[in-house]
Write a protein that binds this ligand. Structure first.
Ligand code: IMP
Ligand code: MG
Length: 178
């Protein structure tokens, strides 16, 4: 399927995203005030969210690392078979880890990631996801911070792709049904 950006309805505008991200940042700032905070960005989808979120957190002992995950499947449906395309560069043993994700849909990707990271003995591990699509839950995961809970629609933009494109949109859009 070919999609063009004029077939998109805006679900969350740039302003709406920034406003919510500021709120999340303040909450995280309060919760981690007395602890070092090690933030892990799940590539590729979370790169814009991470960049805006960490700038909304005032914290002198915040560190950042990246890992890459890719789930096999077609363009709009994840198969639940997850592959790590890039590993962390910093050990997480003994650290307070906060995973930054773009979207949790079935929960299969996050379930895989949590199992993997827990074997590395972090002191604590929490999840911050920009979007949660509860309709397709197969593996429930505990999410401490959720930006928006969304209906069961395929969304793109602000890091989220359709066949690797549209990650550069500054807003989140949903494909108009015609
Ligand atoms: P999961 O189903 O929770 O394992 O989600 C796996 C991955 O599917 C997410 O990290 C996204 O990369 C992708 N995904 C799920 N829903 C959407 C969507 O609506 N738009 C774009 N990507 C999505
Ligand atoms: Mg993702």
């Amino acid at each position: 399927m070919e999609i063009s950006s004029d077939q998109l309805d805006v679900l969350y505008s740039e302003e709406a995203l920034q406003e919510r991200i500021l709120e999340l940042g303040k909450k995280i700032e309060e919760d981690y005030r007395d602890k070092d905070l090690h933030v892990i960005c799940v590539l590729k989808g979370s790169f814009l969210f991470l960049a805006d979120l960490v700038r909304a957190i005032r914290h002198d002992r915040l560190s950042v690392d990246f890992l890459g995950l890719s789930s096999y499947g077609n363009e709009t449906k994840s198969s639940g078979v997850v592959r790590m395309t890039q590993d962390l560069t910093i050990p997480i043993e003994g650290k307070h880890v906060l995973i930054i994700e773009d979207i949790i849909d079935t929960g299969l990707t996050m379930h895989y990631l949590l199992e993997n990271l827990r074997t590395r003995l972090p002191k604590s591990i929490e999840i911050c996801t920009l979007l949660h699509k509860p309709a397709n839950t197969e593996k429930p995961v505990d999410m401490k911070y959720i930006g928006f809970t969304i209906p069961n629609k395929f969304v793109i933009g602000y890091g989220l792709d359709y066949a690797e494109c549209f990650r550069n949109l500054p807003y989140i859009g949903v494909v108009r049904q015609s």
